[in-house]
Every structure is written in C-alpha cells, then in structure tokens.
Design a protein around this ligand. Structure first.
Ligand SMILES: Nc1ncnc2c1ncn2[C@@H]1O[C@H](COP(=O)(O)OP(=O)(O)OP(=O)(O)O)[C@@H](O)[C@H]1O
Ligand SMILES: [Mg+2]
Length: 225
C-alpha cells in the first residue's frame, strides 16, 4: 500500500488513508486471519465485503448518506471508499455537545434509521462509532446542525430483510451500544425513537413491539446471569 497511511488497526480490518484517482480515500482491508481455516476465512471475508457494498448501494437508492464506493477488490480484500474529510464520529460528538443540540441530533438519527428500515436495510452493527457527522461545506465546524449531514458507515454485518424482528434487534443493538458508551443514553434514546416513528410511521408499531420483546429477553438473560 504505497503512499497510504495506516490509520486504524481493528480486530477485523485495517483502515488506510490515501488518494485514489486523485481523490481522498479510505481503504478498508479485511486481512487474513490465520487462526481461521483458509477456505472459511476467504468465504466470510467475501460475504462481509459483499454485504458492505450491497448495503451501501441500497442506502444510496433510498437516500441514506453513506461514503461513495470507488473500488471493491476481492483479491486484495479491500474496499476503496470516499474519505469523509470534515467529519467527526458520533461517539466523540455526543461527549462534547450540549444536550439541546443532542436532542435535535437524536431526532435526525431516528429519522435516518427509520428511512433505512423502511428500505428494509438492517445495519447489523449500529453504534456511535459507526455514524459520522460531516460538515456539508468542507469546514471543520460541527455546532450548527443545519450544516451537518449524518452519514452511516461500517455495513459489513448488514443485510436486507423486511421483517420487524430484525429491525427491532437493530434498534436494541444500538441502545445497548449507546448505554455502554454514553451516560446520556437514557435522555437521548427516546428522541431517537421519536424520529424513527416520524419517518417510519407505517412500520413503527410492529418494530417497536419486537424491540420491546428482544429487550425483555435481554433483561431476563442478564438477571439469570
Ligand atoms: N469513509 C470514511 N471517512 C472518514 N472516516 C472513516 C470512514 N470510514 C471509517 N472511518 C473512521 O474509521 C473508523 C473505523 O471504521 P469502520 O467502523 O468502518 O471499521 P471497524 O473496523 O468496524 O472499526 P470499529 O470497530 O471502530 O467500528 C470509524 O469509526 C471512523 O472514525
Ligand atoms: Mg465500525
């Protein structure tokens, strides 16, 4: 990866930054895991890469902002995507932003997820690390929500499913992830649900019922140990 800089080494993937065809890109490489049987590892990696690409394309078609994909290279196990330069990960944003702005932002998160689920896209790994706030005017300013776009990333576990069950689980996964990361979760999660209901009015009732069901099961499991 000449000319590319390693920016993140995760458990599943390495992220590099560099340029491709004159544009700033992030390259996500799902490296070989030697402890896994080679054939299984290849198959799993290819599945993840396909899921990620398919979901991103489908998001575009229903109007959910995601990074543009420039190249999918199965041999090198790499996806070349648009590097969202003037961005901040939601995880950091939540920790440094006043509550009144977070309330408005939570509505926007809910509206976005509602639209995504209306399009039957299940993200599979909703966390505050997998959402970016991007300044629409290429500035590093993040206080005015009107200037920001919420962009979803990291679709390696995504799939298409019309069922309320998977959508409910998606919301539950998000709630758990937020609870384990942000003290403010109990204040903002209801606002996320409010936005969700607003944008996905036809599916909300059924999805919310499933979410509560999954949540109750989760609780029970926690109580048993
Ligand atoms: N297209 C992009 N533009 C700008 N930053 C990005 C982009 N893609 C990823 N990032 C940054 O890199 C981080 C990790 O990316 P991603 O979530 O795709 O990989 P990951 O291996 O699943 O990491 P994690 O375990 O943190 O979720 C993101 O949280 C974000 O800060
Ligand atoms: Mg991630």
């Amino acid at each position: 990866m000449e000319g590319f800089i390693l920016v993140k080494q995760g458990a599943e993937a390495r992220l590099y930054q560099g340029t491709y065809l004159g544009r700033p890109v992030i390259v996500k490489e799902r490296f070989v895991k030697n402890y896994r049987h080679k054939h299984l590892d290849d198959t799993l990696t290819k599945e993840r890469m396909k899921s990620e690409t398919k979901a991103i394309v489908r998001c575009k078609s229903v109007g959910i902002p995601t990074p543009m994909i420039f190249l999918v290279d199965f041999n090198r196990r790499m996806i070349f995507m648009e590097h969202l330069m003037h961005s901040m990960v939601l995880k950091d944003y939540i920790e440094q932003t006043p509550l009144d702005i977070l309330f408005q932002l939570s509505i926007l998160i809910g509206v976005t997820l509602g639209k995504m689920h209306e399009g039957n896209i299940i993200h599979g790994d909703l966390t505050s690390s997998n959402m970016l706030l991007v300044n629409k005017h290429n500035k590093d300013e993040f206080l005015d929500l009107n200037e920001l776009k919420l962009v979803l990333i990291d679709f390696g576990l995504a799939h298409v499913d019309p069922s309320a069950e998977d959508k409910g689980v998606d919301l539950y996964v998000l709630e758990r992830a937020l609870l384990s990361t942000h003290a403010i979760t109990e204040k903002i999660f209801p606002k996320i649900m409010e936005g969700y209901q607003e944008s996905y009015s036809t599916g909300y009732k059924e999805v919310f019922a499933k979410y509560k069901e999954v949540r109750a099961r989760g609780r029970k499991r926690t109580m048993i140990g």
